[in-house]
Design a protein around this ligand. Sequence first.
Ligand code: UD1
Ligand code: UDP
Length: 393
Amino acid sequence: MDPPEINVSISVPSARTRPPLPLLSVPEHSLLPAPPVLTVVKVASVVGARPQFIKAAPVSREIRKHNHEVLIHTGQHYDEGMSDVFFRVLDIPAPDYNLEVGSAGHGRQTGEMLIKLEDVLLKETPDAVLVYGDTNSTLAGALAAAKLHIPVGHVEAGLRSFNRAMPEELNRVTTDHLSAILFCPTETAVDNLKREGIEKGVHLVGDVMYDVALASAQEAMKRGVVRRLGLEPKGYVLATVHRPGNVDEREPLASILKAFAECGETVVFPVHPRTRKMITKFGLEAHLPVTVRLVDPVDYLDFLGLLIEAKKVATDSGGVQKEAYFFGVPCVTLRDETEWIETVEDGWNAVVGTDTEDVVHAIRNFNPQGTKAKSFGDGHAAERIAKLLGGLA
Ligand code: UD1
Ligand code: UDP
């Protein structure tokens, strides 16, 4: 089904008409009528961390149908299981550039990205730079482009946790205020921007994570990951934990792991490398019973397969809260607030923090029923984004 008609008139600075593609050029003496001048928009997409590869997959595919994309990987995530595997399972083209920035403190990591991105953008002179979500790669992409007067498009604009202690909140707010085109996943996001005085260039397009989840669910189920890991459908809790506030200090991380140990369920926990490092540092693995299964991060299809068949999800991830909602899996959120407020308002997400007793209670007793009424779009957000970017020609 075609997505509803959308308004493609965007007014942004520096939009340029590109010359016709060489392939379509006609020899001077040709008797054929000259082809129409084809204007192709050149979009530089900046990705760098796991959730950004997933979000970029459907958008990149749509952009490349009619326009030109230069894909820039900052190198923020670099382990095979945190990076390359997503390009493979989601069929994302290999990046044109890998800046290999790697891990570092916020200033050094973002600063190095900025330096290297500026060089690439000066060389490529794209018509627009597209950034995703709220990581340091997002902020660096937006800032490098805005300083060069290249219009910035922000996918997942307008999200707010209203907790400035989260690095992501600073990245989101700054990126939104640097952006010319703001692609919002939800009405809440549009309202958040309005409250900050951002109304121009705002488009409610739906959630690209919904696009990719819908498109991947069947293939994910065919993988048989649940059986492969010796689990029973609806016989385990799927957990992910990686927020600095939850893992960088011993107390909250120990409290969460204690809850997993005491909840009375098998807990399958693909461990983010940040968290793995801290579990080792604090010596917490030795205390875990066999019911808590720490595994390496899994690829997107296996993760979706595990999520769809899970009894419940316990997470501090932004993306995973939404995926649980998409597939009707009750979510216990190990934070004090969430930017995905729709999932809470609809009764499918219990935001409980990290206290052992509260987490155990929620894993045992949180059993939402009923329909899911909130909208994350119709699975065609990426098409709308590509069409809007195409309108820059
Ligand atoms: C980053 C994002 C966060 C996002 C998360 C997705 C920022 C500020 N944070 O957090 O918003 O939710 O990605 O997963 O941008 N490491 C490895 N191998 C890797 C990547 C990381 O070992 O491939 C380890 C390193 O020790 C590194 C640590 O993980 O220091 C943290 O990585 P980093 O990218 O700085 O932040 P994340 O916690 O991954
Ligand atoms: N994910 C994955 N493998 C894992 C854990 C998560 O593929 O082992 C996917 C998950 O499906 C979701 C995304 O990673 O789409 C969420 O990324 P993450 O939790 O790292 O970041 P956040 O969403 O919190 O920014």
